[in-house]
Design a protein around this ligand. Sequence first.
Ligand code: PAZ
Length: 332
Amino acid sequence: MESVNNSMDGCDDIQGVLSTEVKSFFDSAPPLKDYDHFSEKLKLFISQNFQRSENQNSTRIVCVTSGGTTVPLEQRCVRYLDNFSSGHRGATSTEYFIKSGYAVIFLYRRGTCQPYSRNLGEETFLEYFEPSKGTEIQVRQSHDEEVKNAVRDYHTAAEKGMLLKLPFTTIFEYLQLLKLVALSMKCIGSGGIFYLAAAASDFFVPWDSMAEHKIQSSGGPLDMRLIPVPKLLSVLRNEWAPSAFYISFKLETDSEILLNKADMALKKYGMHAVVANELTTRKEEVVVVTSNKKITVRRCHQDEDVEKPLIELLIMQHSQYIQQKQLGNAYL
Ligand code: PAZ
């Protein structure tokens, strides 16, 4: 009897510490500048997609997070910590979700890869065009097809109301946006997916202990304390949008620990699938870890996207999840 009670108390304690950490993160974070604007856009996007579907149960919306978050070192930020993420995974996956009929809320790091323009090289962009008669500009013959396809696909997605883009830079903005999106998506139930491909910072400097002004180099070596970012996955999964389908990502550079870490994340946070990838091979191969199997997904050719077979597989798993939920409800 005693041991049962103790273990329950232990769980409550952990949950309690967790929610205190989460609460204090949000309480002390600088408020999101465009909160009301984003909130309105989300409401409209979700209600339009409800109306577009045959019935409310068939609405499919996925929140794709993409790119890395920064950790500011000063409140009037001159310097920050960053990570490698290019946003390629998120942008590419967004295109395949839209192609399969999902509306996408694309939560992306400013300046990273974007759906449909990810292959139009940033540095060589101007070379895609050439002046023609008078003041007109035309697409060079050599790039005609890729530019026209990109423009056509982007506008089709935008006109059909299937793509909503919300930008972030810092870890503070990212987590506040994720919370806002999750609370807005709660009404979608099992038709919602969270596809968490962003490389979110693991450590940060709390806003209230951060230097206000630019840190001076005349002060000698820089001594700074970074604390762990509270793990929001459990709160997201259990409280903010509990019926959605959850896919998180695990990146490692050491292949020996990758699958174990993915397994741990699956269990610890109650994810439905964890996509495990290694830094150097992430564009070629990933492993989808679920509670009963591990499936390796590879691209067949170097011109192909690994996201194509990956999204096909995940959509199949999502459909099974919806069916199970509906069967479960039928027996209630
Ligand atoms: O953004 P990108 O295409 O350069 O890389 C994708 C990725 C490796 C960031 C993503 O697949 C991923 O693993 N995200 C989670 C990273 C993490 O473990 O926090």
